[in-house]
Design a protein around this ligand. Structure first.
Ligand code: OAD
Length: 296
């Protein structure tokens, strides 16, 4: 095939690809989010099983950096230096310093309207599972009672050797690493690259995804396994797959519906379309200083 033909084919492919993407994108004039009838029907079906998987993007509007978007941690640091068992064995102080820094950011952050909306969804839907890759604990602080925290919780600590939980452990003021009675070093209770996810939590997430009627992937680049696989599992099981993300991801083309917008705007827009009313509790907690609180 000649170069000219290649270019023509590419052009046709591009037009076809754009048309394909266009009908799935739910943009509206004036930046308003349009929720499709198909999504509304799916979410209002009798005894619908809804699964939501969240990633760092949902907490971006609370002022917590993501990993891979602009300003994300992995734009300035290498995961292999900070988020692996090898890095901890090599240089536990640097690893702890990074996590202490992140703990301070998380401690100063507040849940935003995306977190609060999902807490309402837990109360609204009879069958609802919230799965998160985030370690910031903001879903619980917004009122979600049972988020499946696939990657652990940055506020907690465990012994790296015997896995015993440790209360209030952290880097000493003199930079000393906290130690366990067993002699092991204490570390943040998060999952690092190369480590298995908590098996029970993963199993629950897997089971829920297999049974989902609607699976919403919110604020994740969908590239870290096994979390990214959950959408695929749900799709195989026949779920309607929805991506909520202001940016395209490598997985976008797998989704049935793509809502291009921030979680703090799109999730409440879906909630409003479904008639899920903000309750007093969540309203009172919704004021944060972040730009992402668009509850109205
Ligand atoms: P990433 O940083 O990879 O992706 C964040 C996604 O959020 C990007 O696709 C952004 O476009 C999107 N985003 C940014 N702002 C948003 C907003 N306001 N609303 C909605 N979406 C927004 O974060 P994760 O996919 O969560 O694991 O990363 C997965 C895992 O990789 C993390 O749990 C962490 C990381 O390395 C470990 O540390 C083990």
């Amino acid at each position: 095939m000649s170069g000219g033909e290649n270019a023509a084919c590419r052009a046709v492919d591009t037009v076809a690809a754009w048309e394909n993407v266009r009908w799935r994108l739910s943009w509206a004039a004036m930046g308003e989010i349009v929720i499709s009838e198909r999504l509304v029907e799916a979410l209002t079906a009798d005894r619908v099983r809804v699964v939501v998987l969240t990633g760092a993007g949902i907490s971006a509007e609370s002022g917590i950096p993501t990993f891979r978007s602009a300003g994300g941690w992995w734009k300035s640091y290498r995961p292999e230096d900070l988020a692996t068992p090898e890095a901890f064995a090599r240089d536990p102080k640097t690893v702890w310093e990074w996590y202490e820094h992140r703990r301070r950011i998380v401690g100063a952050a507040k849940p935003n309207s995306g977190h609060y909306e999902l807490a309402r969804w837990e109360r609204h839907f009879e069958k609802f599972t919230l799965i998160t890759q985030n370690v910031d604990g903001l879903h619980r602080r917004a009122g979600s009672t049972q988020p499946l925290e696939l990657h652990g919780n940055i506020g907690l600590s465990i012994c790296h050797r015997c896995r015993q939980s440790k209360e209030n452990a952290g880097l000493g003021p003199d930079g000393s690493i906290p130690c366990c009675e067993c002699g092991g070093l204490v570390r943040p209770a998060v999952v690092w690259f190369g480590e298995p996810l908590p098996p029970q939590t993963l199993q629950l997430a897997w089971d829920a995804s297999e049974r989902a009627d609607a699976f919403l992937s919110v604020g994740t680049s969908s590239i870290v396994q096994p979390a990214a696989d959950l959408a695929r599992i749900a799709k195989q099981a026949g779920a309607l797959l929805v991506e909520i993300n202001p940016e395209e991801t490598e997985m976008s083309y797998h989704f049935d519906e793509v809502l291009r917008g921030s979680a703090g705007v799109v999730l409440p827009a879906i909630g409003r379309r479904l008639g899920i009313k903000p309750d007093d509790h969540s309203l009172s907690d919704q004021v944060t200083e972040s730009a992402g609180n668009h509850e109205d």
